[in-house]
Design a protein around this ligand. Structure first.
Ligand code: 5RP
Length: 272
């Protein structure tokens, strides 16, 4: 791997091999999603506990302080909306030159495998990888499931992750699934990061699936709504950090959540 590529990967994946991306890119097709109406304000208290920020160029320029942020994973696909004809009909919206200008550590795009736009999104990935490899910028592929959340089963996710890696993604973001997540990870020769999906009913449910995913080979998370749509975003991200970076148990993470939420200063040092 060339020095630039290695250096960018090292900015994203921490020395312990783990990572926590904070995604605030949802507005690129969802508009002003709940609790992300002012993305800069949402991100600010959470950034100290994240390893990287997943964001579009528009929100990056308008809302994120260049002097006080984390490595950037730039969302570069789009062209669709919640009210349009098909979320899968994405193109590449942002050039590699722009990613370099913004000092991005990686670029990310969505794949829509199994849809009418499968080929288009896979060719988008191929083109992005061609450009990214030229300049030493890793590509993160996001295996999107659109509105069909029931597609979160291991055979489908394994297929998507493997194809993304075969086409040159350096990192793949996918959904956790209850059965066979280890097979999803095992079949993917590049690191796998878990996405979150819509807000779960309880915080503990999120801690449990993240813990299970980490035990089954994921290197980290890219969780948005289950953090910043929580009633307690900072306790939530700190509890998750304990699982991701410190091999914490669900009970320990729950304790951190409760302690930080209560405003008690006695949070174990390992949990920061
Ligand atoms: C949305 C994305 C998000 O980055 C991804 O879905 C993670 O966010 P969440 O945990 O809210 O699902 O790719 O376009």
């Amino acid at each position: 791997m060339d020095w630039g590529m290695s250096n960018r990967m090292a900015q994203l994946i921490q020395p312990n091999g783990r990572t926590m991306f904070l995604p605030i890119d949802h507005g690129y097709f969802q508009g002003p999603t709940r609790n992300l109406e002012q993305p800069g304000k949402t991100a600010e208290p959470l950034l100290p506990y994240a390893d990287a920020l997943f964001v579009t160029r528009g929100v990056l320029r308008s809302s994120i302080d260049p002097a006080n942020t984390k490595p950037i994973v730039l969302r570069v696909s789009g062209g669709t909306s919640m009210v349009g004809h098909d979320l899968a009909d994405e193109g590449i919206t942002t050039s590699m030159e722009e990613a370099i200008r913004l000092n991005a550590s990686a670029v990310g795009l969505s794949l829509f495998i199994g849809t009418e736009y499968e080929k288009q999104s896979l060719l988008n990935l191929g083109k992005l990888v061609n450009e990214g490899e030229k300049y030493g910028i890793p590509v993160m592929a996001v295996t999107a499931v659109g509105r069909e959340l029931e597609q979160r089963e291991s055979r489908y996710l394994a297929l998507c992750c493997r194809i993304a890696a075969e086409l040159g993604a350096r990192v793949v973001k996918t959904y956790w699934c209850a059965d066979g997540f280890d097979k999803v990870v095992d079949g993917c020769p590049v690191p796998v990061i878990m996405a979150g999906g819509p807000q779960a009913d309880t915080e503990r449910e999120v801690l449990e699936f993240v813990h299970d995913g980490m035990q089954n080979g994921a290197i980290g998370i890219n969780l948005g709504r289950n953090i910043w749509q929580s009633d307690h975003p900072v306790p939530m991200i700190r509890a998750l950090r304990h699982i991701v970076h410190h091999n914490g148990t669900v009970d320990d993470a729950q304790e951190i959540f409760d302690t930080v939420k209560a405003g008690d200063g006695r949070v174990p040092a390992a949990a920061v």
